[in-house]
Design a protein around this ligand. Structure first.
Ligand code: SAH
Length: 260
């Protein structure tokens, strides 16, 4: 059963992911609340603030089919909305840097789901005066338009865009987005070939980058054996940088934009 599931979701075989795949059956809900509560009960989401932020975004506005299942879904243009447990992990790795008022860059924003969850974390409750901001970048204009219309399905999503607390932009995310730098947190939702130095430059000190990287051992040289790993890169208050490879994943690649 497990191997069929593993093939189905094209996941890597890291122990953490196999556990997550097994849990996927149990975590699926019939409503958004039920899905998130099930992920919380299963220990796939541990942080209360992350849980509340995810409860505040209805996945049905972002995932075209089976929105309350703990699995990735195609959204067109070769992109996928990641499984909710992965969105949860990403937020939890970044949580110290996602305070009301923080500034965040979400590269490979795709459906816009995570951009909205991140905005909930940094802007406080709906109607609050917090100045937090999330910039979502995707290099496919149709996906940027999709993310904008997905966010417009809720009043809060519309307000976040009108106030400029969420900006969804068409650009090559490998260059970051200098205009609004530095960022307290940078999330990358597609697998990079390397740890792009410009992203580390655009981090605040202190700040944190969460990025899937193709088979990299030390941020520069390619390692034999393949696979993608999440790297967490911390820029400390004194400007020093610490890089750590944390777990194996399976993301779509961070690439050149398709030619029109
Ligand atoms: N977090 C998104 C993930 C979408 S899949 C979600 O859960 O919905 C990854 C996204 O990265 C795709 O939308 C793809 O278009 C985008 N992408 C790939 N290469 C990119 C690049 N160089 N710059 C910006 N976006 C890129």
């Amino acid at each position: 059963m497990l191997s069929r599931l593993t093939r189905k979701f094209q996941a890597s075989t890291s122990r953490r992911q196999v556990r997550a795949l097994t849990m996927a059956w149990y975590c699926t809900g019939s409503t958004n609340n039920e899905l998130i509560e099930n992920l919380f009960k299963a220990g796939l989401i541990k942080n209360e603030r992350v849980k509340e932020a995810m409860i505040g975004v209805d996945r049905a506005h972002y995932a075209p089919s089976r929105p309350y299942s703990d699995s990735p879904q195609p959204i067109g243009h070769g992109a996928t909305i990641s499984a909710p447990h992965m969105h949860g992990h990403a937020c939890e790795y970044l949580i110290e840097y996602l305070e009301p008022g923080s500034r965040v860059l979400d590269i490979g924003s795709g459906s816009g789901y995570l951009t909205h969850v991140l905005a909930n974390l940094v802007t406080g409750a709906p109607g609050s005066q917090e100045k937090g901001q999330v910039i979502g970048i995707d290099h496919i204009p149709e996906l940027v338009a999709l993310a904008q219309s997905n966010m417009n399905k809720s009043e809060h999503g519309r307000e976040l865009q009108v106030s400029g607390q969420v900006r969804l932009i068409t650009a090559d995310g490998r260059l970051g987005w200098k205009e609004n730098a530095p960022y307290d947190a940078i999330h990358v939702g597609a697998a990079a070939e390397k740890l792009h130095p410009v992203l580390i430059e655009q981090l605040r000190a202190p700040g944190r980058l969460f990025i899937p990287v193709e088979s990299e051992s030390n941020g520069s040289a390619l390692e034999a054996g393949g696979g993608q790993y999440i790297w967490v890169v911390d820029k400390h208050a004194d400007g020093s940088v610490h890089k750590e490879k944390v777990f194996q994943v399976s993301y779509v690649p961070l690439t050149d934009a398709p030619q029109p």
